[in-house]
Design a protein around this ligand. Sequence first.
Ligand SMILES: Cc1cc2nc3c(=O)[nH]c(=O)nc-3n(C[C@H](O)[C@H](O)[C@H](O)COP(=O)(O)OP(=O)(O)OC[C@H]3O[C@@H](n4cnc5c(N)ncnc54)[C@H](O)[C@@H]3O)c2cc1C
Length: 436
Amino acid sequence: MTTSDSATFSDPDQQMAKARQRRVTVIGAGFSGLATAFYLSRAGFQVEVIEERERPGGLISTTETPFGLVESAANGFLNSALVEELFGLMGLEVVPTLKAAKRRYIFRRGFPRRWPLGILATLSLVGFVLMFLFRREKVAPHPHEAVRAWTERTMGREAGQYLVEAFLQGVYAGDPARMSATLLFGRFFEKRRQSKSKAKLQTRGTVSTMNGMGQLITRMRERLERQGVVFVMNQKFPVFAGEPRWPHVVATSAHAAGELLRELDQVRAQACAGVELVPIISVAIGFKEAPPETRGFGCLFPPVEGRKALGVLMNSFIFPNRSLKGFSETWIFGGARANAAELMAIPDKDVIEMAVSERQETLNATGAYSGYRITRWPAALPHYTLALEETLAEMRGLRRNVVLIGNYLGEIGLARILERAESLPSEIHTSGEWRV
Ligand SMILES: Cc1cc2nc3c(=O)[nH]c(=O)nc-3n(C[C@H](O)[C@H](O)[C@H](O)COP(=O)(O)OP(=O)(O)OC[C@H]3O[C@@H](n4cnc5c(N)ncnc54)[C@H](O)[C@@H]3O)c2cc1C
């Protein structure tokens, strides 16, 4: 039987049937899966979350070390009304960045700089901003236009290399010559965005919790269990052998989604399997002292500078309560660079040596370290390439009772994943099928 959720049920048996029909399974208890379970449960669905590991959070976890809190992946959210609502419902304070974090650096010709552009490049950027304000369509990315080609066309090479490419290095760790400008920036040029009302927020910019992102994950799981969501941990969901009888949300990485869909939906499976995933190594290190002159959120190293590191986060200057004593930094390596996969295999002592020498050469900071923690993600982030722009449409939508959510579908940041998760209940409600 196929029925819709809007049917009226009168007797208890029928009510039971209704409840069964509203069942949804979420595969994966990373942030995407937890956020999805949260909104589905709130909308009245019976939710079961299946996770292959013993802990929720996926990429995200926070570890207490003798030199402070270490994040394995995201250290915060870009604040939004939904983020504030989520934190509030989880009983967590929205913790804004410290005042010092307003200072952000980009490395250029031997030094970290607050503003890395010369006068001509700055004027060229001003020209871009004026066009953006008054003739937006002229500077909008073209379909299938790479980021580097787009910035050279619209704002000039220098601004592209030292602002856009530096920023992308910090968020996506991708290759600007292959990344899609439409995927990354297209939404800023959409008409409907211009009329979007500005929600009144407690604070703008990046936010986290007092005890790190792991605290949010723990609270989400506790709260979801109290709401009746069932968690099945240590269980790998198998490849779909046929169309499931009720809606399933696949909240895994792109490759794991491709594997799950291999027999059910080959077009989507191939699109997911084809998403490039870039490797990342992050090394959190405790030092006695902060770098002498560079003190802020962190420093980005644009690809044109040819440094080994992609960026460094100065944890102790970003959020309160991040270092117990001394000073904590996280150095990030890997990404879409040619030797990134080899980096995954190098021993800890070489990773540390690389971070310490980058620190000395770029931030002029010396001094012994008191401890470290290395996190290796061989397939960390989806590479937002032109190829992904081609296949993204094939992966979206609820088809054959399966819908995907994750950081490879156009929204890499947690705040955007949250937006997507919030929209899922109505998508499933209107087009999901329940067979009993
Ligand atoms: C170093 C780094 C820094 C980052 N910094 C930020 C940041 O500051 N801000 C920000 O917004 N974002 C950041 N991100 C991105 C963000 O952390 C990720 O996009 C997000 O955590 C992805 O969550 P997810 O739930 O989609 O995927 P995942 O975290 O990968 O979770 C997927 C889950 O699915 C499970 N799973 C897979 N297959 C199966 C199966 N068959 N059966 C059952 N379970 C399965 C996995 O075990 C896993 O728990 C960062 C990422 C990295 C790597």
